[in-house]
Structures are given as structure tokens and as C-alpha cells.
Design a protein around this ligand. Structure first.
Ligand SMILES: *Cc1c(COP(=O)(O)O)cnc(C)c1O
Length: 425
């Protein structure tokens, strides 16, 4: 089925007499007839529900909708995008391991890999995607477990060359993990370009209404863990906490998500609540319609910004002549997302003056929902970073992140215009 149909129909297929809308299974636990039935679930010999920290039918329906949209074999919902990134990484990278991540990524991921996971004995090197293959390969170590990048970077709007880095990762016997939050599977399916694992902050376009924090991990099922058994012992050697079961041999293509659920979610517990999964599903039902409007509005706003004398630069891959235009045409032929990065001529103070003059458009930490919003990362989300770290992460100190919503574009432009006029006063 086409993506538009999957957005609406996938995941929950009721049979006779069952609710048409996805029900919220608001239950921590599930009933069985005898002790042996339950024991088989704990041994992973049967599949079924027993405790919502590990699995819940509402969550599973939404996860399988997202897996279908991404073209993966299985998915797991998490309580946040941060949890999704951490679980995806930690599932295959333990103490002594090394991560190779693009420097153009979300600030929270930059901190997770560069600071917090370092305390767990995991090293990370950030690379500039503009480097040559040889330069990137020189950063790969024998203990490097995966390469990581974002389809469209938050907040810079840079487009990642997924196919190129998938080939590079595979040449060195490791998977490519892609954070596909901004593009969504409506506009890009990284697995089709060779990515092995896809993560999302569902908090953004998938939910789409700034209602629920959440995340998801999707596995393509394509990476052959047993072919690189020495590098991924967590998947290829017995797990003592499950009577010596080996995920890669016992579960084949389902190994990655099964381990993430049965081991990491069991022990670290960052499940999405079934209520939130239900709301996320309502968001997903209109994802394809909203993304079309976000992209059309953002394209018009980006073209308008480019013409304004107050604006020093605009980064939006849909603009002909943009550094990422060709990559955008390849990976995002129907549009990228509603987020535009731009800089105003003049000082940081002028950026703040401009934002404070906005009326309909609000200053919020959030991004990528129906309501147009704006943020100055250097003063807000990324304020813990030094100027050098900011530049390394592709965030210019004057960068304004404008998240174009799905209102009438004339009203969005009118608000931007009056705020630009206000800085001139
Ligand atoms: C927001 C975001 C995250 C983190 O997600 P949360 O849901 O806020 O935890 C990760 N990656 C990207 C690209 C994001 O925009």
C-alpha cells in the first residue's frame, strides 16, 4: 500500500465487533489461565503481553504502523526521542565501544553521545559530512559500532547523504543509524537508501500537535549481525538473563528490536504510555496531509525570506542554489520539512528583537508541529554549547530556526514582515 494509506490504515486491523478506532489498552498487566502460560512468555518461548513496561497492544499497533511506513520489519516505541536514540545506540554499543556521528545533529544527541555515553565508557567522534570518504574512514576504529546521522539536521537543515554513508558503514562491517525525525517517512525512507536502523522523535511531525513527547526505533532487519559476530556480542552471544538465549540466532531479522525490548526496556524502562501512543496514532493518520502543507508553506516562506534585505542567509534544501539542493532532490523529491534556518544581518540582539516582535508566531523550545514557531538555538536549546561547539554542530550563533506550520501562509508571512519592520525602527 502507498504511504498515505499506511498513515491511515496500518497497525490496527479490527475484526468482527472490535472497535474501529485503536483502543487504549490502559492496563499494566494481562491475564493468563495458568502459571505455565505466563512462564513461557518470560522465557521468550511464546509471544504475548504480560507487563506494559515490555509491551502493550496499543503501543504495538502504533509501532507496527511506523515500521510499515519506514519499510522496516519491527519497531519499538519509547518515552522520548532521546530514549529512542539511546536505546538504538546502547543496543549494539557497550563500554569500550566507539560511535562515529555526524557533527550536524540535534543538540540533545550531541550531548548524549559526546558527554553522557562517554561516562558509560563509550567514545564518540563527530565528523563533518563534507569530509572525503578517506577522511571519514580514517576516523573509523576497530571498536566503532555504527555511523549516525540525521536525514535533515535539527536545527541547521543540512541534508545527509544517506546512501554514501550507508555504503561506507557497510564497507567497514557496521550499520548506519539515521534519525529521520524532520523528514518523516512521508518524505524520505532511509532504509530504501541503505540505512539499517531508523529513529524518530515522534514528538515532532508524527504527533504533529505538540501534545506528547515520544520516540520510536525501527529496524530494517537487513544487517547481518552473525556475519560480524565478534563486533556485536550482545546480539550474537548468549544472554544470561534469558537462560542463555542468543538473539541473532533465536529471532533472525527480529533480533535487534527483540533485544531492545526484552533486555533494554526491561532493565531501563522508558516505555511510551498507551495514552500517548493513542494520541500519536491520531497524529499519524494525517501525517501525509500535514507534511504536504508544511513543505508548501515553508517553500513559500523560504523564497520570501531570501528576498528580504534584513536576511543575511537562508538554509532550506528546497531553494535552488542552496548547498543541499541536489541532495534534497535525491532524498526529498516531494519536499523536506517545514523547518527553515536563517540568519539576520546584524547582531544577536537583532535576532532577539525580531523574535520578540512576532505576534502569531510563538517563541517555543518545540519544533515541527502545526503551529508556526521560532527559536534562537544559541540563546535557547544549545545555550550550554561554546561558540566553537556551536559551529562544529553546524549551528551559527545568529541562526534562527523557523518551524513553519500549516496556517495560511499569507498570515505567516504577514507576521514575519511586521516583525522585520520592527527591527528597522
Ligand atoms: C527533538 C529531537 C530529538 C529528541 O527527541 P525528544 O522527543 O525531545 O526526546 C532527537 N532528534 C531530533 C532530530 C529531534 O528534533
Amino acid at each position: 500500500m502507498n504511504k498515505e494509506t499506511l498513515c491511515v490504515q496500518a497497525g490496527w486491523t479490527p475484526t468482527k465487533g472490535e472497535p474501529r478506532a485503536l483502543p487504549i489498552y490502559q492496563s499494566t498487566t494481562f491475564k493468563y489461565d495458568n502459571s505455565d502460560q505466563m512462564a513461557r512468555l518470560f522465557d521468550l518461548k511464546d509471544s504475548g503481553y504480560f507487563y506494559t513496561r515490555l509491551a502493550n497492544p496499543t503501543n504495538d499497533a502504533v509501532a507496527s504502523k511506523i515500521a510499515a511506513l519506514e519499510g522496516g520489519v519491527a519497531a519499538m516505541l519509547t518515552s522520548s526521542g532521546q530514549a529512542a536514540t539511546f536505546f538504538a545506540a546502547f543496543n549494539i554499543c557497550e563500554a569500550g565501544g566507539h560511535i562515529l556521528a555526524s557533527c550536524n545533529i540535534y543538540g540533545g544527541t550531541y550531548n548524549l553521545f559526546g558527554v553522557t555515553m562517554k561516562k558509560m565508557g563509550i567514545d564518540c567522534t563527530f565528523f563533518d559530512p563534507d569530509m572525503s570518504d578517506e577522511e571519514v574512514e580514517a576516523l573509523i576504529r576497530p571498536n566503532t559500532k555504527f555511523i549516525f546521522g540525521e536525514t535533515i539536521s535539527n536545527p541547521g537543515g543540512n541534508v545527509f547523504d544517506i546512501e554514501r554513508f550507508a555504503n561506507l558503514a557497510h564497507k567497514h562491517g557496521m550499520p548506519l543509524i539515521i534519525d529521520n525525525t524532520f523528514a518523516t517517512p512521508v518524505n524520505c525512507r532511509p532504509i530504501e537508501w541503505g540505512a539499517d536502523i531508523v529513529t524518530h522523535s515522534t514528538t515532532k511531525y508524527m504527533d504533529g500537535h505538540a501534545s506528547c513527547v515520544g520516540g520510536v526505533i525501527v529496524d530494517s532487519g537487513n544487517f547481518d549481525w552473525m556475519a560480524h559476530a565478534d563486533k556485536y556480542p550482545g546480539l550474537t552471544t548468549p544472554d544470561e538473563s534469558y537462560h542463555g538465549l542468543t538473539y541473532a540466532t533465536a529471532f533472525g531479522k527480529m533480533a535487534f528490536i527483540t533485544k531492545a525490548t526484552a533486555q533494554l526496556m526491561r532493565d531501563l524502562g522508558s516505555i511510551q504510555s498507551p495514552q500517548d501512543a493513542y494520541i500519536l496514532n491520531i497524529g499519524l493518520e494525517s501525517l501525509h496531509v500535514r507534511m504536504r502543507q508544511h513543505c508548501a508553506n515553508a517553500q513559500a516562506v523560504a523564497e520570501w525570506l531570501e528576498q528580504r534585505p534584513e536576511v543575511g542567509w537562508v538554509n532550506y534544501a528546497g531553494l535552488p542554489g542552496n548547498k543541499y539542493y541536489e541532495l534534497g532532490q535525491k532524498y526529498l523529491p516531494n519536499g523536506g520539512c517545514g523547518v527553515i534556518a536563517f540568519g539576520l544581518n546584524g547582531t544577536r540582539e537583532e535576532a532577539i528583537k525580531f523574535m520578540d516582535a512576532l505576534k502569531m508566531i510563538t517563541i517555543v523550545t518545540h519544533v515541527a508541529d502545526a503551529k508556526t514557531c521560532v527559536l534562537h538555538p544559541a540563546s535557547h536549546t544549545h545555550r550550554q554549547m561554546s561558540d566553537e561547539q556551536l559551529r562544529e554542530a553546524g549551528v551559527a550563533p545568529d541562526l534562527v530556526r523557523l518551524s513553519v506550520g500549516i496556517e495560511n501562509v499569507e498570515d505567516i508571512i504577514a507576521d514575519l514582515e511586521q516583525a522585520m519592520d520592527a527591527i528597522n525602527k
